[in-house]
Design a protein around this ligand. Sequence first.
Ligand code: EPU
Length: 421
Amino acid sequence: MEKLIVTGGTSLRGTINVSGSKNASLPILAATLLTDEQCVIRRVPDVSDTNYMLQILSKLGAEVERASGNVIVAAKDVSHETPYDIVRKMRASVCMMGPLVARLGKADVSLPGGCVIGDRPIDLHLRALQELGAVIDVKGGDVVIRVPDGLKGAEINLRGKFGPTVLGTANLMMAATLADGLTIIEGAAAEPEVVDLADFLGKMGAKIQGAGTRRIEIEGVESLHGVEHTIIPDRIEAGTFLVAAAIAAEERMTVNRIQPSHLTAVIDTLKACGHAVEIEGQKAHVTRGAQPRGTKIRTGPFPEFPTDMQAQMTALFIVSEGISTVTDTIFPERFMHVPELQRMGARIERQGNMAIVEGPSELTGAPVMASDLRASATLVLAALRAKGETVINRLYHIDRGYEHIDEKLMGVGAQMVRARA
Ligand code: EPU
C-alpha cells in the first residue's frame, strides 16, 4: 500500500493538463463487446478502474492492447461469465450486463460490493433489462440474466427516487442497440459521459437520438461494427484542478484540455466565491480571488452541480470567508471526507445530507485516511493549503480515478512524495 506525503503552503502556477474521462471510458470499453470487430479508443486514462475494466474484457476472451493512452479491443469470442475477483472491485462493472445480454443473450455478473459513498442499488438496471425481455435471477451474490425470446424494444421510465441513473442509462442504451424495434428511455441521465457513449455507439452503427436529454430513442439494428473514438476530457479531474488553483495558486494557473460546457456549474460556483475564471478555447485560466468567500451548493443531475465535485468544493469553502453549505441529493451519505478534514482543523458540521462549513480556517497537516476516490482528492487539495505535512494513507483510492495526480500537481509547483505505507 502507498501513501502520499504533501508539504503544504507552496503556491501553484503554470499549466496542468486534464486526461480523458474515467467515467466515459468505462462504459465505452464495455461497449466494445457489442461487436466482434476491432475498436480503437484514444485518451483512455491510465487509472486502476480502466485497468480493471480491461482485465475483465480480457478474461471474457477479448484481445486487449494498451499503449500510451490508446486501447485496442477485439472481442471475437466472448464468454458470458464475468470474473468475480475483478468485478467485485469495481461497481462500474455492472455496465457489462447490457452489452453481454445484447451480444450473447445471457450474462452472469456478480453483484457489486458495498460502497463507502452510500447505498448503491442496481434495481433500475435490472428492471430496464427485464422490460426488454430479460429473465433475471439473483442468487448467491450473482445476477444471472437470460433472454429466452430475444430483446425487444420497449418504452421504459428509468427515473429512480434519487433522479436519473448514469450507468443505468448506459446499460439500457447498450442493450437496446441490438434489440428488436424501438426503445424509448424516459428519465434518462443527460451527463456528458452518456453522450460520449451514444456517440461511440452511433459510430458503431447504432441508431440513437436524444442523448443529452431526458428522452433517448434507440432503434435496434442487426449488428454493430468496429470504430475509432477519442474519449472526452475528464470533467471531474478538470474541476478538481480548478479548485486546486482557487485554493493554492498565488498567480494565474491554467487548466488545459477541458470541455468548458461540461464545467459550467463548477465554474459558476468558483466565480460566486470571488475567483476569476477566464475561458480560452480548451483552457480555463484561474486567478484566485483576493478575499474568497463561501457559498451554497446542492448537487443534482447534469447540468446541475456534480456530486463527484462536492467534496473538493468543500475543501475550498474551508479556506473561504463565511458559512457555506454543501447538500448532496444524489448520494446523501457521501461525507466520509468530513471527519478527516476536521482532523486538519476544518470547522464542519454534518446535518443529514448537508455539510455546513464555517470559514476561513487555518489548516494543519495531519495523518489522514483516504476513503473513496473523490474524498481522497479532497484531502490532497486541503493538504496543499495546510501548514506542514499531511500524510494521506490508502492512496489506492485516488489511483482508481486520477491519472498520475501527484506528478501533475508537482508540475505546477506542489510538493509531495509517494511512499510505501
Ligand atoms: N440508483 C438507484 N438504483 C439504481 C441505480 C442508481 O437507486 O439501480 C441511485 C443511486 O443510489 C444514486 C442515484 O440513483 O442515489 C444516481 O446513481 P447513478 O446510477 O447515476 O450512479 P452510477 O451510474 O452508478 C456514476 C458515476 C459516479 C457518479 C454517479 C452520479 C461512473 C463509473 N460512476 O455512477 O462516479 O457519482 O454516476 O453522477 O460513471 C466517481 O467517479 O467518483 C463516481 C462515484
